[in-house]
Design a protein around this ligand. Structure first.
Ligand code: ASP
Length: 276
């Protein structure tokens, strides 16, 4: 049985579930796990409803810097703070498959992408511009006293997208994000950090969403992966998420036996299965 889980971000609208499901069904048709998770993430990057690719959040200075990563057992590729490309997840795949490196960042990753033929693309949308204006206004009014302010988190958390799959017994994971709204240029979240926002090995695959700083602090994805086999996967994910208390977080995880999606906020996700 092949399985793919896709999510559209912790703290994002539940009613996007139908769209995430459509993309997941489309993606699971791919011939292998890596292509399937990339396809699921690409479809969400191209949909401005999600904070990845087109529709990405703007930094406080108005720029858009995106992070993305892909992982299969024993290999990893990530891009950090990439600008002006349409699909960061594809560039992350190429870092993994077509460079000797695992992570490329900033102007170096852009040069790499252009060399491979990725064309100039501006991912900004009207909605992203308005969202930044709202953040700046709230900052000016002193309505956002801290990064972890519940009202700020409810309104402005990132909504990263991600997918994990098991196809023909092989695992893969992919993630892509425009980051959170209240961030400085250059900020890096958990998504492109191996073991934090993403992990994949022979036992399964995990992708996280939520406040990147907290997810990194806890190495959430590796922590869950490491515990696979200890008990039911859903219970492991629940236990790890409970440790975040009030901080928004979500995970999707898959193993040989289980597949689950859990968040302490609303999170549109889909778990789809096919028999080949
Ligand atoms: N984890 C992402 C970040 O901190 C944001 C999100 O998942 O909503 O960049």
């Amino acid at each position: 049985m092949d399985v793919l889980i896709a999510h559209g971000g912790a703290s994002h609208r539940e009613d996007l579930k139908k769209i995430v499901e459509k993309y997941a069904f489309n993606a699971i048709e791919e011939e292998n796990a890596l292509n399937a998770v990339i396809k699921a993430v690409m479809l969400m990057e191209d949909d401005p409803e999600f904070n990845a690719g087109t529709g990405s959040n703007m930094r406080l200075d108005g720029s858009i810097q995106m992070d993305a990563a892909v992982m299969v057992p024993n290999d990893f590729g990530a891009v950090i703070n990439i600008e002006y490309v349409k699909n960061p997840v594809l560039v992350a795949r190429d870092v993994m498959l077509r460079s000797p490196h695992m992570i490329l960042a900033g102007d170096g990753v852009l040069k790499f992408a252009r060399k491979l033929g990725y064309e100039y693309y501006d991912p900004s949308t009207e909605e992203a511009i308005k969202r930044r204006e709202r953040v700046l206004q709230k900052l000016k009014n002193g309505e956002i006293p801290s990064y972890y302010h519940p009202q700020f988190l409810a309104e402005f958390l990132g909504d990263t997208v991600g997918a994990v799959a098991r196809i023909n017994g092989e695992f893969a994971a992919a993630v892509s994000t425009g980051g959170t709204s209240l961030t400085l240029r250059g900020r890096v979240g958990d998504s492109p950090i191996i073991g934090a926002g993403i992990y994949c090995g022979k036992k399964g695959a995990v992708v996280a969403t939520g406040i990147g700083e907290e997810i990194m602090r806890r190495m959430l994805s590796f922590r869950i992966y490491h515990r696979i086999g200890e008990k039911c996967l859903e219970e492991i994910c629940r236990e790890e998420i409970e440790k975040f208390g009030d901080v928004p977080v979500g995970v999707i995880a898959i193993s040989d036996e289980d597949a689950c999606a859990i968040s302490n906020r609303s999170m549109p996700y889909a778990i789809v299965k096919t028999q080949r």
